[in-house]
Design a protein around this ligand. Structure first.
Ligand SMILES: *[C@@H]1O[C@H](CO)[C@@H](O)[C@H](O)[C@H]1NC(C)=O
Length: 199
């Protein structure tokens, strides 16, 4: 479903172009993100200023030891950290959703609530997988692909929120968590866009 969004297909098109372009040029070592980055390094704060959620950005990226050790990092390294932080957060919500599925803290679930939890469970599983793939794509220098995967994870989370927000009595059952993952996705996308375009 996510891959049918215009954004993702655009990402795919850009990706194919990048693959062709990379094949034509000298080979880029796949496992070295630094080799793909040209030049500019950012402090964590400078990079986070370029996102729409400065405080959350600084809080989530500074959890990583590598961002604390280095004063400045290139955009690829920072984008990778942002994708990983998003992946971890989405995994937590995915785990939380599986626990709600089996737990009876919610009492007798209405069919609508059950549907919201089942759907979001699947959507989060997909999102976690896409975010894992986004980090892999980042490592391979496939930035457009990584961006498309993060965007489609964000779409999954938005659809989860949209559906559960319509459940009577449980409108905000996932709102805080969805908002957090949504914002982390936006941060990851904003930082990915700091990566210089291929020449
Ligand atoms: C991630 O998700 C949890 C919910 O499990 C939340 O409490 C936490 O603050 C989130 N944020 C980050 C940046 O990890």
């Amino acid at each position: 479903m996510a891959s049918s969004t215009p954004y993702a297909s655009l990402g795919g098109a850009v990706l194919s172009f990048l693959i062709v372009a990379a094949d034509a040029a000298s080979p880029v070592p796949a496992a070295s993100p630094k080799a793909a980055a040209s030049g500019k390094a950012y402090t964590l704060q400078a990079a986070c200023k370029r996102t729409g959620h400065y405080d959350l950005c600084v809080a989530s990226l500074s959890r990583d030891p590598s961002s604390r050790a280095a004063r400045e990092l290139d955009a690829v390294a920072l984008a990778r950290l942002a994708v990983q932080a998003t992946q971890r957060n989405a995994s937590e919500t995915s785990t939380y959703l599986s626990s709600l599925a089996t737990d009876d803290v919610l009492g007798d679930k209405t069919p609508q609530l059950q549907q919201c939890l089942d759907d979001c469970g699947e959507r989060y599983e997909a999102a976690v997988e896409q975010l894992t793939d986004a980090a892999t794509a980042m490592d391979a220098g496939e930035f457009a692909e990584s961006e498309a995967l993060v965007a489609s994870s964000q779409a999954e989370v938005k659809m989860c929120q949209h559906q559960c927000h319509a459940v009577p009595g449980h409108q905000n059952i996932l709102t805080v968590r969805n908002r957090e993952v949504d914002r982390l996705c936006s941060i990851a996308l904003d930082i990915t866009r700091l990566i210089p375009a291929p020449k």
